[in-house]
Design a binder for this molecule. Structure first.
Ligand code: NAD
Length: 487
């Protein structure tokens, strides 16, 4: 066991209901102060093989339980997550640099709901009967089988439970490979699953890096589904391997989402919401990172947003007053800094920020760049750090063209008079877009991206569609007469 902020954290793989010690280890650091938190194991071929075999063995009994039979297990799982709230908040904040207050008030309740909501929703999955002139069609959602779940470091608990909820509720068995830069909360999550009495093999975990552990997992032909959230290059690797095995993938990837401010917008509300884009140091896939502001209000909007950004508190994510925490890793900090330096060298103007935070560590100043062309790297590529870019437009057509002018299509934000903003939103090619708001989510609603931002949708029925094989059981209404002449 490791100890993080006084909380014991298992440092083993979890396979077939048992904690399995590793052979090789790597060190995990806290982004808050770069202090080592301890060692986690690197999953080998043997661990991945055992995890897949155990999930495959557990599948028949777990799927046969039916949604009603699985419900009490999953309710207990959520309760056990709730019992570990303090540990999960402190460990995830220390390990991933996420604001403690956001974990306490948002992420933990949501993670519990991710399990219970889908467990309850699964109860009605088998109820669909289609009446056609010739027959009754009993449309069944059969669990697909063994699922691999791979998540990134920017929101491990929230993203892992968001996938586990529908996967387990619909009768699949799973193997998770936690993100190597922030693996600690997954260990506590598996401890909660163990305490809830989930049958051995239903949920397994192999720690480790993308290569070899993640790649060993996703290349296994016994998988029925791969649910992946992460970057575009990794998604390409996974999709290539999965294609060879014909394993369906759900891919939730990066973004470069537009934040559009129309001439008729409430400028102060838009500017206050704009400052929110720096939450989690903008290591948030769905953040609006390309500000598109109407020419006539650009100056007023820029000044308002500058005021709100100037008051942001940057620092230790465990302090109540902090609003912007650290970047996850020195490599991420270097990457962010290099993007900014290249943009400046190419002629970008710095509206605010532009360099590391004075206090040192992995903190970067909330930054806004402008004076860039649409084809500039800083406009086209996801930085995944607190660096936003501003462009302006003169007409609705131009706003839509700029919004659509990248290879990404995850989300978007549009501020303006409601019907005007909606008309713009309808023209923007993304998976979702918020009008005069940001971040409103519901488990029943679809979530996912277009273009390079992903394939597939998660949430409500879309999650179930992905994790299930749809079967049509056809019962004729009239006695059947075999005939070669009829179809
Ligand atoms: P990443 O692609 O580097 O890693 C994601 C996960 O994939 C990690 O667990 C990693 O170990 C694993 N992995 C790496 N190589 C692998 C391989 N060859 N086979 C199997 N697994 C492998 O991404 P990251 O840097 O950890 O995360 C940041 C990215 O995630 C950003 O692009 C961000 O936008 C995206 N993201 C998207 C969403 C969404 O819902 N669309 C949500 C959060 C983050």
């Amino acid at each position: 066991m490791l100890k993080v902020k006084g909380h014991p954290v298992p440092r083993d793989h979890y396979i077939n209901g048992e904690w399995i010690t590793g052979e090789e280890f790597y060190t995990v650091f806290s982004p808050i102060d770069e202090a080592p938190l301890g060692e986690m194991p690197k999953g080998t071929e043997e661990h991945v093989e055992a995890a897949i075999a155990s999930a495959a063995d557990a599948f028949p009994a777990w799927s046969a339980l039916g949604a009603e039979g699985r419900l009490p297990y999953l309710q207990r799982f959520a309760e056990e997550i709730g019992k570990r709230k303090e540990a999960l908040c402190e460990v995830e904040s220390t390990d991933a640099g996420i604001l403690l207050s956001r974990l306490q008030h948002g992420i933990i309740p949501r993670s519990m709901l991710n399990i219970t909501w889908f467990a309850e929703a699964a109860l009605t999955l088998q109820d669909r009967v289609m009446d056609t002139p010739q027959a009754q069609h009993f449309v069944r959602h059969d669990p697909a089988g063994v699922c691999a779940i791979i998540t990134p470091w920017n929101a491990p608990l929230m993203l892992t439970t968001w996938k586990l909820g529908p996967a387990l509720a619909s009768g699949n068995t799973c193997i998770i490979k936690p993100p190597e830069w922030a693996p600690m909360s997954s260990a506590l999550l598996l401890e909660a699953a163990h305490a809830a009495g989930l049958p051995p093999g239903v949920l397994n975990m192999a720690h480790g890096e993308g290569r070899p552990t993640g790649a060993l997992l996703t290349s296994d032909p016994r998988l029925a589904r791969i649910s992946f959230t992460g970057s575009v290059p990794t998604a390409r690797e996974i999709a290539e391997v999965a294609a060879r095995n014909l394993v369906p993938c759900s891919l939730e990837l990066g973004g470069k989402s537009p934040f559009i401010v129309l001439e008729d917008a409430d400028i102060d509300l838009a500017a206050r919401t704009g400052a929110l884009m720096y939450r989690n140091a903008t290591q948030v896939c769905l953040a609006g990172t390309r500000f598109l502001v109407h020419d006539n209000i650009r100056e007023a909007f820029t000044e308002k947003m500058r005021e709100h950004v100037a008051s942001l508190q940057i620092g230790n994510p465990q302090l109540e007053s902090t609003e912007v925490g650290p970047l996850i890793h020195p490599r991420q900090l270097q990457k962010v800094e290099a993007y900014v330096q290249r943009a400046i060298a190419a002629g970008a103007e710095v509206l605010w920020g532009g360099s590391r935070h004075d206090g040192g560590g992995l903190y970067f100043q909330p930054t806004m760049l402008s004076g860039v062309q649409q084809d500039a790297e800083i406009v086209q590529e996801e930085v995944f750090g607190p660096v936003l870019v501003m462009q302006s437009f003169a007409s609705d057509e131009e706003a839509i063209a700029l919004a659509n002018g990248t290879n990404y299509g995850l989300g978007g934000v549009c501020f303006g008079e409601e019907s005007h903003a909606k008309a713009i939103a309808f023209g923007v090619h993304t998976g979702f877009i918020w009008i005069n708001s940001f971040g409103i989510r519901d488990l029943a609603a679809p979530f996912g991206g277009c273009k390079n931002s992903g394939i597939g949708r998660e949430g409500g029925e879309w999650s179930f569609e992905f994790f299930c094989d749809i079967k049509d059981v056809v019962v004729p209404k009239q006695p059947f007469v075999p005939s070669f002449a009829k179809r």
